[in-house]
Write a protein that binds this ligand. Structure first.
Ligand code: HEM
Length: 294
C-alpha cells in the first residue's frame, strides 16, 4: 500500500519536473500570452484554434491539469491511508502530501495572475519559486514513505536529522534559481557579456541590470565552490571512516554524518524506534540496530 504511495509521489514529481521544463519553453518562446489574458479559458474558448504560441501555452495548462490531478490523488490517498491507520498522529508523508496540495493551489493561482496581469516579472519569479518548492515537496513525499505510515514505525528519512551542509546547499541553490529568474525576466541576460567576469569587470560599473545579473553569477560561483568543497570533504570523511575489519560499522551511524569530513550527506541514517522493532529483536553489543538508508 505504501509502495503505491511512493510510486504515485514519484510519478507526480516526474510530471512536475517535465511541466517545469515546459514552463521554461513557454517563457523562452515568448508564448506566455498564447491564450491572451484569459484564464481558465484560452482565448475565451475551452478548445481554442491553435497557432504555435497558443499550442505551447495551452499545452502548459493541460500538463498543469495533469499534475493537479496527480497531486490531488496523492493528497487524497494520504488522507485515506491516515484514516486507515486509525491514529491521531499525522505521519510525515501525509503532511508533505497536504503541503504539496497547498503549493499546487498557490501555483495555479499565480499562473492565473501571471496571465491576467500580462506577465509581470514578480509573478513569474514567484511562479518559478513555487514550482521548485512543489517539486522538492513531492520528492520528499516519495522519499519519506517506506514504513512511515505504520503506527510507531520510523518515518524513513523524516526521523533523520538534516545535515547543515545539505540544507545550506539547498538554500544557496534556491536563491540562485530565483536570481536566475529575476535575471531572465528583467531582461538582464545580456547585461553582462564575457565569462567569468561581467564585461571584463569584477565590480560592474553599469546599471542595475548588470548588478542583478552579476549577483546571480556570484551566487552560482559560490554554489559551485561550496558543492565541490562539500563533495571533497565527504569523500575524505568516507575514506577515513572505511571499515577496518569485516562487519565493523563505518564510524558513527554508518558514515558518521555530522562530524566534519565524515561522509556528510543530506540526511542522517534512521534508527528504528524501540516500539517499532519486531518482537524478539535485540540490540547488537555495539548499540541499537540501525535501519540505515544508503
Ligand atoms: C503545477 C502547476 C504549474 C507549474 C509547476 C508551472 C511551472 C512553470 C514554470 C517553471 C515556468 C517558467 C518560469 C520561468 O522560466 O521563469 C512557467 C511559466 C508560465 N506558466 Fe506555469 N506552471 C504551472 C501552472 C500554470 C498555470 C495553471 C498557468 C495558467 C495560466 C500557468 C501559466 C504560465 C505562464 C503564462 C508562463 C510563462 C510566463 C512568461 O511568459 O514568462 N502556469 N510555469
Amino acid at each position: 500500500m505504501t509502495r503505491s504511495f511512493t510510486r504515485l509521489a514519484w510519478t507526480a514529481a516526474t510530471f512536475t519536473y517535465l511541466l517545469i521544463i515546459l514552463g521554461a519553453i513557454v517563457r523562452i518562446t515568448g508564448s506566455g500570452l498564447g491564450c491572451g489574458e484569459h484564464w481558465p479559458l484560452c482565448n475565451g474558448k475551452l478548445l481554442p484554434p491553435l497557432d504555435l504560441p497558443t499550442m505551447i501555452e495551452y499545452g502548459h495548462r493541460l500538463a498543469a491539469a495533469a499534475v493537479s490531478g496527480l497531486v490531488l490523488a496523492l493528497a487524497a490517498y494520504a488522507w485515506w491511508l491516515q484514516r486507515g491507520a486509525g491514529s491521531g498522529e499525522r505521519y510525515p508523508p501525509v503532511k508533505t502530501a497536504y503541503i504539496a496540495l497547498g503549493l499546487l493551489v498557490v501555483q495555479v493561482l499565480l499562473g492565473a495572475v501571471t496571465v491576467k496581469l500580462s506577465l509581470p516579472p514578480w509573478t513569474i519569479i514567484l511562479h518559478l519559486g513555487t514550482a521548485m518548492l512543489l517539486l522538492a515537496t513531492l520528492i520528499l513525499a516519495a522519499r519519506l514513505t517506506p514504513g512511515a505510515l505504520t503506527p510507531g514505525a520510523s518515518p524513513g528519512i523524516a526521523g533523520a536529522r538534516y545535515s547543515r551542509a545539505g540544507l545550506l546547499a539547498l538554500v544557496l541553490g534556491f536563491i540562485t534559481v530565483l536570481l536566475g529568474a529575476l535575471t531572465a525576466n528583467l531582461g538582464a541576460a545580456s547585461a553582462c557579456l564575457g565569462f567569468p567576469l561581467c564585461n571584463g569587470q569584477v565590480i560592474p560599473a553599469g546599471n542595475y541590470l548588470q548588478h542583478v545579473h552579476w549577483v546571480h553569477r556570484l551566487m552560482a560561483y559560490t554554489l559551485f565552490a561550496y558543492v565541490v568543497w562539500w563533495a571533497v570533504r565527504s569523500s575524505d570523511g568516507a575514506a577515513r571512516a572505511a571499515p577496518t575489519a569485516p562487519g565493523r560499522p563505518r564510524g558513527r551511524g554508518h558514515g558518521g554524518v555530522g562530524r566534519p569530513g565524515a561522509g556528510d550527506t543530506l540526511t542522517r541514517p534512521t534508527i528504528r524506534s524501540r516500539s517499532a522493532r519486531p518482537a524478539g529483536a535485540r540490540d547488537s553489543p555495539r548499540g541499537p540496530r540501525c535501519r540505515c538508508r544508503r
